[in-house]
Design a protein around this ligand. Structure first.
Ligand code: ZN
Length: 357
């Protein structure tokens, strides 16, 4: 059970540790205040720490909390990378940037989405063009968006999700449920109707960090998909693209999905490809380092419960505290050996990217 005071304290502790480790490691810091507050009126920020040579043409970025609550593991990894001085502060041949809490509202409120109920990784689209239609979503819309939530409904959802998983396979189910949708603002996996605060903030951070850079690598830390504690690198592209060859040379193991323009609904609106599109002519590689936590049915169940809570009940209630615990269980690794494993993997990925610079 996690009440409002505990949520506020968790966010404050994660942020304070990141900032103090960044200061101790002699990184420079700037903080961008979010217009809204978190639980118990705590102020929210996206914090940016940087080091190395700002004049260098080579940039390495590590970001956390694009999906709000997934930032708890990401933040811990960033703080440990700082404490261990993994990205050496005095490197003359690259500039390094860490973005803490891309979506601070979701982070502090234990939501995967932002203040507009938007999944940020569906928000990086051109809103001047017709928005993608995810036909698979309609079939699941009513089960994913219940009006009532109780223990009985949780069981029903898990049974239905397990059945769909068996019938469709994880790939197809994931596409239908997670592919995003732009028609139902209060539904799960909503992509929004305009660029969000976090997107605009990231665009500003990128403009500032990428000035004069020729070669950029961004690692965005995520959780909730895969085997517990296992960190898998993912990106979009085709094998003949030079950035994909660069990724394979640095890390060997990386999952490469087809780019958005080949019609993969999952690739639309994601932060990484947007960064790559902003920097045409430069060598920009954006990847996700995704850690497994719980099985996909548990994760889905937490997302559905949290969305129900947001639209139909009070967060400051016993049911609310239960659901916020469910969210933490689904997106954080409450197990020290698994977190160690996750950190070792992140360290290896960051060192390989930094060495290749
Ligand atoms: Zn995520």
């Amino acid at each position: 059970m996690i009440d409002l005071a505990e949520m506020a304290e968790r966010y404050r502790n994660a942020r304070d540790l990141f900032l103090s480790n960044a200061r101790l490691a002699k990184w420079e810091i700037y903080s961008i205040p979010h217009p809204l507050q978190g639980p118990c009126e705590i102020d929210l920020f996206t914090d940016v720490a940087y080091c190395g040579n700002i004049e260098s043409t080579n940039l390495l970025m590590v970001s956390s909390g694009t999906h709000g609550i997934e930032g708890y593991l990401g933040s811990e990894i960033q703080s440990r990378l700082l404490a261990d001085d993994v990205m050496a502060v005095d490197r003359a041949d690259r500039h390094a940037v860490m973005v803490h809490a891309v979506n601070p509202y979701g982070f502090a409120w234990h939501r995967r989405v932002n203040e507009d109920n938007v999944d940020l990784n569906r928000n990086f689209v051109d809103f001047g063009l017709p928005l993608a239609v995810n036909e698979g979503y309609e079939e699941f819309r009513s089960i994913l968006n219940p009006v009532e939530w109780d223990d009985e409904y949780e069981v029903k959802l898990k049974v239905e999700a397990a059945r769909a998983l068996e019938r469709m396979g994880l790939g197809a189910l994931f596409k239908a449920v997670s592919g995003g949708q732009y028609e139902h603002p209060s539904g799960v996996q909503y992509g929004g109707n305009a660029p969000t605060w976090s997107r605009r903030t990231m665009e500003d951070i990128w403009v500032r960090a990428m000035a004069g850079k020729h070669r950029v690598t961004q690692i965005d830390l995520h959780t909730g998909l895969g085997s517990p504690g296992e960190g898998v690198l993912m990106t979009y592209g085709t094998e003949e693209q030079s950035r994909i060859m660069r990724a394979r040379a640095m890390w060997q193991e990386i999952l490469v999905s087809p780019p958005a323009d080949t019609g993969d609904v999952l690739a639309k609106g994601v932060l990484g490809p947007h960064l790559e599109s902003l920097a045409s002519g430069r060598d920009v590689l954006a990847v996700v380092l995704e850690y497994g936590t719980k099985d996909p049915v548990e994760v889905l169940c937490a997302i559905v419960a949290d969305n129900w809570l947001h639209h139909h009940a009070e967060v400051d209630s016993e049911r609310g505290a239960q659901i916020k615990q469910l969210m933490l269980d689904a997106f954080y690794l409450d197990d020290i050996p698994l977190r160690e494993k996750a950190y070792r993997r992140a360290k290896e990925v960051v060192i390989a990217a930094d060495a290749a610079g």
